[in-house]
Write a protein that binds this ligand. Structure first.
Ligand code: ADP
Ligand code: MG
Length: 612
């Protein structure tokens, strides 16, 4: 509880005690009213004050205004205990809601806890403790066991285990040795390591995640903005309704004023929309918070809403459904030796971020002399053109070979074939193979079980490989040999036929598709910047199995939101009716309003919890 909340609690307690005492006193008439005004003001002075202030600012119709006129009206018709009680319960509801919001915020803040406070840099052999944003790229930082890794980088010295639970939801610590990458925001558990930084703090994984989570509050779901708009016209309507209820029967039908004014006030109290206004955003807030604990970052409530309705899931292959680290199966050179072929390919690929490139470089294993490499141009979805040792080489798939007119030939082996040509002279190919991720088949089965109608795989790789992978994983539909632009076309075609479509990719050669889909979901938040930026949802640990989990989480959130809307409106409608008919009294109204609020908030808090 914050200081202010504690103070409110004391005010509520004091007012409650006073109310009970005054109710027992044998005072009647105006004195009784004056006495009840004391607890009323103690607990409600701030509500009255902000109602006045809002009126001065031209915002007349909010819930504080409703409460102010309802309670003042109750005083006017001499329902003193009721007036004080309405205010008292309203404040209890407010306090409760404040605590709930605080809790959700804290669970997101727990994620915020990944923010490193400082970094130890080695400068001229001296350790210097600085703020993480003062460290430059290429400097060496020292991270001791138990400390947070402040910046992304590569281990220069030492070995350790790191815990990335706060970032990825992955609870198993991972071993890291010299030469391996570590990610800012993870916790160094066992050994002291020296790390050469690869980015400034602003571009680091941790800074990006924090920014993303903070901004997620700004993107509202449709229901959420609907509720806000709803409250905007609803409240004035209620006030007008209450006025009519107070005026018409006495004026036109000669009914007693006291009865109808009282009914109008009850009407006002019950119709306060706070249960909706509060619980709907709180549910989304909780849903996003709960998901982030599972390593699923959702950039806004609107995406949660869309994800719940998705019926088609389209996957990229390499790096998304497969591990993206290829093993070299065979090297089939022409003209030159096998080693020379691998050497050229590795040199040409050494600047590329593509999984194919990284695999070829690691298969080569040795050091690559960067001075050998001239200009490199990536040809998206096909491969690349690179100057190595002063000559021009093309490394890529058969489409690339056709494009340059090289006389290539296919391989009898099943696998991704990477052809190499010097200008137009064919030098042979390297056959590489990629394994599906261990949880990919299960993820696809789970999506099916959740009622996703169709799963599709799109890839730039060759038909043979694509079909083999699709069959292993149980994907319904495959489209292979696609350029990045053709992936977009495929997705547009499915969107046109009315699919609610999620695209899952790694951000390499598929960033445009991520943007085009109803929801873009990125794997590989740890690597590809394009992914984190173009995607709406990021799966931090690259595991396809997070996807069915994300769908479940989003559906649960939507279910809870809808439950709250229906429940709140239904209870209110009933009490309104009873109130108008004179069956429900003020106490009924108070419990109707605050009770519904509290139940709705409690229900909304369920969004934060785990799903099975
Ligand atoms: P996917 O859709 O499976 O993620 P991409 O669209 O990224 O695949 O790439 C399609 C194909 O283009 C790859 O299978 C590979 O044959 C070729 N390719 C792309 N980039 C490179 C590269 N840097 N080096 C060699 N081949 C590449
Ligand atoms: Mg890809």
């Amino acid at each position: 509880m914050t200081r202010k909340q504690k103070r409110t609690l004391w005010r509520i307690a004091a007012a409650a005690v006073l109310c009970v005492v005054i109710a027992l006193l044998p005072v009647e008439g105006l004195w009784r009213g004056l006495l009840f005004a004391v607890p009323y003001l103690i607990v409600g002075y701030d509500v009255l004050w902000s109602a006045v202030r809002n009126i001065l600012h031209g915002q007349v119709f909010d819930e504080k205004f409703l409460m102010a006129i309802a309670t003042l009206g109750a005083f006017a018709i001499r329902e003193y205990p009721e007036a004080a009680a309405v205010m008292l319960f309203y404040q209890i509801g407010e306090l409760f809601q404040g605590i709930a919001v605080g809790r959700s915020r804290r669970s997101i803040a727990a994620l915020m806890d990944i923010a490193p406070e400082s970094a130890v840099v080695l400068r001229d052999g001296q350790e210097e403790e600085v703020s993480p944003d003062e460290v430059r790229v290429g400097e060496t930082i020292l991270v001791r066991p138990g400390e947070k890794i402040p910046l992304d980088g590569v281990i220069l010295e030492g070995r350790t285990t790191v815990n990335t639970a706060a970032l990825t939801g992955e609870s198993l610590p991972a071993d890291k040795a010299e030469g391996e990458r570590v990610i800012s925001g993870s916790i160094n558990l066992t050994g002291a390591i020296k790390v050469r930084t690869e980015s400034v703090y602003e571009d680091s994984t941790v800074a990006k995640i924090l920014e993303l989570v903070e901004n997620s509050q700004e993107k509202k779901a449709h229901v959420e903005s609907f509720i806000t708009r709803f409250a905007r016209w609803y409240t004035p309507c209620v006030v007008v309704g209450a006025l009519l209820l107070a005026l018409i029967p006495p004026l036109l039908l000669g009914q007693p004023w006291a009865v109808w004014v009282k009914r109008a006030l009850i009407f006002l109290v019950v119709s306060c929309p706070c249960a909706l206004v509060v619980s709907v955003p709180l549910s989304f807030f909780g849903g996003i918070g709960g998901a982030s604990r599972e390593g699923i970052l959702i950039k806004g409530a609107n995406y949660l809403e869309t994800l719940a309705k998705v019926d088609t899931v389209v996957f990229d292959k390499t790096g998304t459904l497969t591990q993206g680290s290829f093993a070299v199966d065979a090297i089939h050179p022409k003209q030159i030796g096998a080693e020379a072929l691998l050497d050229i390919a590795a040199a040409a690929e050494s600047y590329s971020q593509h999984p194919v490139a990284e695999s070829i470089v690691s298969a080569h294993g040795g050091d690559i002399d960067h001075s050998r490499i001239g200009q490199v141009t990536e040809i998206a979805g096909k491969g690349l053109r690179a100057e190595v040792d002063g000559q021009t080489f093309y490394v890529g798939n058969s489409a690339l070979m056709e494009q340059i007119g090289a006389d290539y030939h296919d391989c009898h082996l099943v696998g991704t074939v990477i052809h190499v040509a010097r200008e137009r002279e064919y030098l042979g190919h390297i056959v590489i193979n990629d394994q599906p991720k261990p949880d990919a088949a299960q993820a696809i089965a789970d999506l099916k079980a959740l009622g996703v109608r169709k799963t599709v795989m799109l890839t730039g790789d060759i038909q043979k490989v694509a079909r083999a992978v699709a069959e292993k994983l149980g994907v319904d539909e495959v489209h292979a040999e696609l350029l990045p632009g053709q992936k977009v076309e495929q997705v547009e075609r499915m969107l046109q036929s009315g699919a609610k479509l999620a695209f899952v990719g790694d951000g390499i050669n598929d960033a445009p598709v991520l943007t085009r889909a109803d929801v873009g979901i990125a794997m590989g938040a740890m690597g590809s910047d394009a992914a984190i930026e173009s995607a709406d949802i990021v799966l931090m640990d690259d595991k396809p199995s997070r996807l069915p989990l994300a769908v479940k989480l989003s559906r649960r959130t939507m279910r809870i939101v809808n439950e709250n809307i229906v429940f709140a409106l239904a209870v209110k409608a009933v009490i309104l009716l009873l109130g108008a008919l004179g069956i429900a009294n003020m106490w009924f109204a108070v419990f109707g309003d605050v009770g519904v609020l509290i139940l709705a908030v409690l229900n909304a808090m369920r969004c934060l919890g785990k799903v099975e």
